[in-house]
Design a binder for this molecule. Structure first.
Ligand code: DGL
Length: 274
């Protein structure tokens, strides 16, 4: 492997801003890596769209990221991971990982009673992928899925601590509480931002799993195994670049509220042309 391959960026993409929770973990756990992020802010939400549509959108984003010459790609969106990862893995020749497999792995390690809840978009729950992956490791596990579609707009509106969000969460979580789960996967990129509320409502006996952290660790291992991990902290111009398909300013504000760095700019891309 040429040395300059190691210096290339990791491409990370999501339907919008939620994937920044994954970027945050990559920045914390693999600080040597450059990142090029794409948020499809013009076409979100993905969670209510069909598999074919999400695969089509994901293909365009992957083409854009490959044009940026990234060395590996992280699908930082549960819905796109559930619908498009297998297809994209067959179509491109650089490593690509999603967030669903890492999340399922951690849940299998965390559960003691084999009763696992998943909260996610309608698309991710409908795909059944979390349950299928969990049962490959724990064949007798009981997996309870609950779509929580209102969480995404509530987080984007900045209403994380609002009483309305609490009331919505109480309604969504009531069945999961009755099912005696001991582990709950936050299976949508926005939900780690509601972690304290969900944790409070579910109670201390339920372990919350954020797939973003394990995804960053799996990415680090993958880069090392393939000999393409960056050897030193990148210097000079900013190691992090952000692109979106719309709403540049609100993306920047949100990014600056959750990332450990301040981003000075994000660029708009005509993703439909890819
Ligand atoms: N990023 C999506 C996910 O993790 C949530 C937002 C959307 O529906 O586009 O599934």
């Amino acid at each position: 492997m040429q040395t300059n391959e190691r210096d290339k960026a990791i491409g990370v993409f999501d339907s919008g801003i939620g994937g920044l929770t994954v970027v945050r973990e990559i920045m914390r756990n693999i600080p040597n890596e450059r990142i090029i992020y794409f948020g499809d802010t013009a076409r979100l939400p993905y969670g209510s769209k069909s598999k074919d549509t999400v695969i089509g959108f994901s293909r365009q984003i992957v083409r854009f990221l490959q044009e940026q010459d990234v060395k590996a790609i992280v699908i930082a969106c549960n819905t796109a991971s559930a619908f498009a990862l297998d297809t994209l893995q067959e179509e491109i020749d650089i490593p690509i990982i999603g967030v669903v497999k890492p999340g399922a792995k951690v849940a299998c390690e965390a559960t003691r009673n084999g009763r696992i809840g998943v909260i996610a978009t309608k698309g991710t729950i409908g795909s059944g992928l979390y349950g299928n992956l969990i049962r490959r490791t724990l064949p007798n596990a009981k997996v309870f899925g609950q779509p929580c579609p209102l969480f995404v707009p509530l987080v984007e509106e900045g209403w994380r601590k609002d009483p309305i969000t609490r009331e919505v969460a109480q309604r969504y979580l009531v069945d999961l509480k009755e099912n005696d789960i001991d582990t709950l996967i936050l299976g949508c990129t926005h939900y780690p931002l509601l972690r304290s509320l969900v944790g409070e409502l579910m109670g201390p006996q339920v372990t919350l799993v954020n797939p973003a952290y394990e995804t960053a660790l799996q990415l680090r291992n993958l880069l090392q195994e393939q000999g393409i991990a960056s050897q030193e902290k990148p210097e000079g111009e900013t190691p992090y670049k952000f692109f979106v398909s719309d709403a540049v300013e609100s993306f920047k504000d949100f990014a600056n509220s959750i990332l450990p760095i301040d981003i000075a700019r994000a660029q708009k891309v005509d993703i439909e042309s890819y």
